[in-house]
Write a protein that binds this ligand. Structure first.
Ligand code: AHG
Ligand code: MN
Ligand code: MN
Length: 336
């Protein structure tokens, strides 16, 4: 805490590093680098509406370069920042077909982490000024240091994450992360350009009255999910009123709201998509780690998300995530 009573993200990360035995500061450095990269993404996201005025989409900029789509821009910023961090030996991203192994140069030769990310989640909401975000997940590599990273470094179950988090570009910009010792949230103060601790030790209410799902797919869901949706809308079991439906269409924003206020988010299996839509490695694992650290739960309907053994980078998985008792209630009704 500094004299102004504000704790910045950097101060907090350094302060918490003391709690981890044998910590050498690399993970702290990595989290700081991600924070800085996301500030750059934030700057561009905030300009999204100006794009038509200042010229983009298919146009070229002064250097004669193609102007990129925002999700590719975010991807490249994160990749470049991690490549030069010295702590990260490779990345995998929703926007990259294959993993990207960084050169084992002088700077990277002791890098012991890999980072997986969804550079922009909810990207269909960019053009309509609705909240979007960046989600990240960090693992310690299992292959030897000083050599190119391998697919085994990435295909680890979510329980092996050493840190995970997201930055949400909403009515304000916030970074929320965990290193396995609770969840903390930082709001970007644009006047000083710093993330400041605003939500210490986030705990999700065990229960609330909010459910989030794309109910437009009702007839594409199986009988179990249909029964559950009927249950959500039926007030008889819930004494006074039915659950309220909130669905933004940016998972990161829906999960963020439910993390703070309580609620359950579902993207279940569908008849024409038996594994649902969302990605295990870039979306579900990091958000499941945060949910659990905040006292919530995350399940595929059959097992804990964090215990799913990944077989491929872009694997999809059905997910039910949020307040503990609401996840359990949904799993139970869907199973019946
Ligand atoms: P992305 O923008 O990274 O492709 O992710 C979009 C995802 C997720 O954020 C959201 O919850 C879901 O897609 C919405 O999908 P539907 O339109 O099928 O509901
Ligand atoms: Mn996404
Ligand atoms: Mn995305």
């Amino acid at each position: 805490m500094n004299t102004k009573g504000i704790t910045t993200l950097d101060e907090f990360i350094i302060d918490r590093q003391k709690d981890i035995p044998f910590a050498t500061g690399e993970l702290s450095g990595l989290l700081r680098d991600i924070g800085v990269a996301c500030k750059v993404v934030n700057r561009e996201v905030n300009k999204a509406g100006l794009v038509d005025i200042i010229g983009a989409n298919g146009s070229t900029n002064v250097q004669g370069e193609e102007v990129q789509k925002l999700d590719m821009f975010a991807n490249d910023i994160l990749k470049a920042s991690l490549m030069t961090s010295g702590e990260c030996c490779g990345i995998a991203s929703e926007e990259e077909e294959e993993l990207v192994s960084f050169e084992c140069n002088e700077r990277n030769k002791n890098a012991k982490y890999v980072v997986l990310f969804d550079p922009l989640d909810g990207s269909s909401n960019i053009d309509v000024n609705v909240s979007i975000g960046t989600i990240f997940s960090i693992y310690k590599r299992v292959s030897p240091m000083g050599k190119p990273c391998t697919i085994e470094d990435f295909l680890q179950p979510g329980v092996k994450q050493v840190a995970a988090g997201y930055v949400i570009y909403g009515s304000s910009t916030m970074m929320v992360y965990t290193t396995g010792k609770g969840v903390n949230g930082f709001t970007l103060d644009p006047s000083i350009g710093e993330f400041c601790l605003s939500h210490p030790d986030i705990i999700t209410p065990v229960k609330s009255d909010t459910y989030s799902i794309n109910q437009g797919y009702f007839y594409n869901f199986g009988k179990g999910v249909q029964n559950y949706l009927q249950y959500c809308q039926d007030s008889t079991d819930k004494k006074s009123k039915a659950y309220r439906l909130r669905y933004i269409g940016s998972m990161v924003a829906d999960v963020h709201r439910n993390l703070i206020k309580g609620g359950v988010f579902l993207y279940p299996a569908m008849k024409d998509a038996p594994l649902g839509k969302l990605r295990l490695m870039y979306e579900c694992n990091p958000l499941a780690f945060l949910a659990e650290q905040a006292g919530g739960e995350a399940s595929t309907g059959q097992q804990r998300i964090l215990e799913v053994n990944p077989t491929e980078l872009h694997q999809r998985v059905p997910i039910i995530i949020g307040s503990k008792s609401m996840v359990e209630e949904a799993v139970k009704i869907i199973e019946e």
